[in-house]
Design a protein around this ligand. Structure first.
Ligand SMILES: Nc1ncnc2c1ncn2[C@@H]1O[C@H](COP(=O)(O)OP(=O)(O)OP(=O)(O)O)[C@@H](O)[C@H]1O
Ligand SMILES: [Mg+2]
Length: 222
């Protein structure tokens, strides 16, 4: 398997008025194409920060992320956001769907932003939602969906541009076991895309080839 993402001595410190926190103290990690990895760790250990840095959402204090062997953070913001939109997908613990838009529209939006035509975007979005068991919910707005349904819409939205890497931050963190299982079933169907998932859900961690634990700024194999 070829390498898709590599973290090279990634460090991150936050400096506030009162203190300086060294959250990540030199993270090295290689992710291969199609590989799934999970990250656990105590609250505040820097899991979300690490995910944001991997996904081009936040600059590291030092070190870099190589995407397809090319350093991400040596690029300008426009290039970084292009890579993010075209090659990465994100699902957060709280779905962040747009409340005024239907499930179908929410999923279509990233495709439209990427320059896809309306018809094609709709066709792709519909196909994904049907695949994820939401064929009967296409025109529902997020408020009318269950937590599990919302997360599956968020998953479809993250996948519509066929990303190389999907970042999931506690995708089942808010869900009861039944709805967690629905989300897990969706994750299991994904092929080809690399997945980095922050999770304390053993069911989710179990389907990952490699499991890591982040503690005191260091990433260790779990
Ligand atoms: N923008 C910021 N400015 C200052 N401190 C920050 C900022 N973002 C995160 N932090 C701090 O960095 C540390 C790591 O935060 P992060 O959100 O990455 O943790 P986490 O492991 O995802 O926690 P949780 O499991 O609760 O989601 C925390 O101490 C947090 O307060
Ligand atoms: Mg977090």
């Amino acid at each position: 398997m070829s390498e898709i993402l590599r973290l090279v001595d990634v460090k991150k410190s936050f400096i506030t008025d009162v203190e300086r926190i060294d959250v990540l103290k030199g993270i090295n990690l290689t992710i291969k194409r199609g590989e799934r990895i999970s990250i656990t760790g105590p609250s505040g250990s820097g899991k979300s920060t690490l995910l944001h840095i991997m996904g081009g959402l936040e600059h590291p204090s030092s070190g870099d992320v190589l995407f397809q062997n090319s350093p991400l953070y040596q690029r300008n913001e426009e290039e970084i956001s292009y890579i993010r939109n075209m090659s990465f997908g994100f699902v957060f613990q709280f779905h962040h769907l747009l409340q005024d838009f239907t499930a179908l529209e929410n999923v279509m939006i990233p495709a439209l932003i990427a320059g896809e035509g309306l018809k094609k975007a709709e066709e792709k979005a519909r196909k994904l939602l049907v695949k994820f068991g939401l064929g009967g919910r296409l025109n529902h707005k997020p408020a009318k969906l269950s937590g599990g349904e919302r997360q599956r819409v968020a998953m479809a939205r993250a996948l519509i541009n066929s990303p190389d890497v999907l970042f999931l931050d506690e995708p089942t963190g808010n869900l009861d076991p039944e709805h967690s299982q629905e989300v897990l079933d969706v994750i299991k169907t994904l092929e080809g895309v690399s997945i980095v998932v922050v999770t304390h859900d053993f069911g989710v961690a179990k389907i990952c080839e490699n499991r890591y634990n982040l503690k005191n700024g260091i990433l260790e194999e779990a």
